[in-house]
Design a protein around this ligand. Structure first.
Ligand code: MEV
Length: 319
């Protein structure tokens, strides 16, 4: 770093995985959509100075920021920046704190990478940001597929296949989706859930490979439904996706209860989203009115909920 002081800001999108979280880690395609509730980061770099200081995170300054600091260093290394850059002050603005499962860690890594590039006066293409954010994600999730940081970087709906080059292609949905997102309020560790699935694979290899096959067929069907706007069938695919995740052991009684509530109230489909074990669920609804009603019902049960139109902006803007 050659300046004595630099300031920068950045944003990273959240995401909802529509089909195939976890299976995506093993090379099965997955579909994710952006959620336009970005994580925002601002940074100040001071030289001389020492250390990384964080503000605005749940747990920051109470010992809960160790992982964030490690992730920040990993992002800096990913950008080719000295991970001991003097003093780095990081402020985060996150309007959905503790909503696990929507890619807030990836949103943070992307926002930080962008803020650092601005602070250093560098112009960093999205590809560089995405690569650096993946390094940060590796701190939060042992073996991330890369889907979260990719949506967090580009903010577009995508089809993601780990191991392909590039691993993603854009999906153009037939129209804006309407999703209710409900938070169980239960903490969820992506690392623990991914490790749980790895144990499942080891202990029950033939069941696991049958599930991978099923997941592959399901996501291909769901992609078609998304592209032609067959929402009722997409809803059924989401239900099937939730059942498969339950078989993997990554759901939770509270998530199942929330899913059942949304279906009873008229959602077309519902499932957990993200790593599971807690965190969030999503429900597909036909119109905003029903979405608002279901979200209000979840709130009455004590679960924070919102109704969103993920992908609406890429639908409007188009590539
Ligand atoms: C977490 O948002 C999604 C997982 O599939 C992990 C990953 O893809 O890295 C559970």
């Amino acid at each position: 770093m050659d300046e004595h002081r630099g300031e920068g800001r950045g944003r990273g999108f959240r995401k909802a995985i529509l089909i195939n979280e976890h299976f995506v880690v093993y090379g099965v395609p997955a579909v994710a959509v952006p959620v336009f509730r970005p994580v925002e980061v601002s940074v100040e770099l001071h030289r001389p100075g020492k250390g990384i200081r964080l503000w605005g995170f749940p747990g920051a300054g109470k010992g809960g920021d160790g992982e964030m600091v490690q992730a920040a260093r990993a992002v800096m290394q990913g950008l080719g920046i000295d991970p001991e850059p003097g003093e780095l002050r990081i402020r985060c603005r996150d309007d959905l704190p503790n909503w696990s499962g929507l890619g807030s860690s990836a949103g943070f890594c992307v926002a930080l990478a962008r803020a650092l590039c601005e602070a250093l006066g560098r112009s960093c293409p999205d590809e560089t940001i995405n690569r650096a954010a993946y390094q940060g994600e590796r701190i939060f999730a042992a073996n991330p597929s890369g889907i979260d940081n990719t949506v967090a970087t580009y903010g577009r709906s995508l089809w993601y296949v780990r191991g392909r080059t590039p691993p993603w292609e854009w999906i153009r949905t037939a129209g804006p989706l309407r999703l209710v997102i409900g938070s169980s309020g239960l903490p969820a560790s992506t690392r623990e859930q991914v490790e749980r699935v790895a144990r499942f694979k080891e202990e029950r290899p033939s069941v696991f490979s049958a599930l991978l096959e099923e997941a592959g067929a399901l996501v291909r069907k769901a992609r078609g439904e998304l592209e032609v706007g067959d929402w009722p069938s997409l809803g059924e695919s989401m239900n099937q996706g939730h059942a498969m995740l339950r078989r993997l052991g990554v759901s939770h009684g509270v998530l199942d209860e929330m899913v059942a509530f949304c279906l009873r109230e008229g959602a077309l489909g519902a499932k957990l989203t993200g790593a599971g074990g807690g965190g969030c669920m999503i429900a597909l609804v036909e119109d905003a009115e029903l979405g608002t009603r279901i979200a209000a019902g979840l709130q009455r049960m004590g679960y924070p909920a919102i109704c969103v139109e993920p992908g609406a902006e890429d639908h409007r803007g188009g590539p």
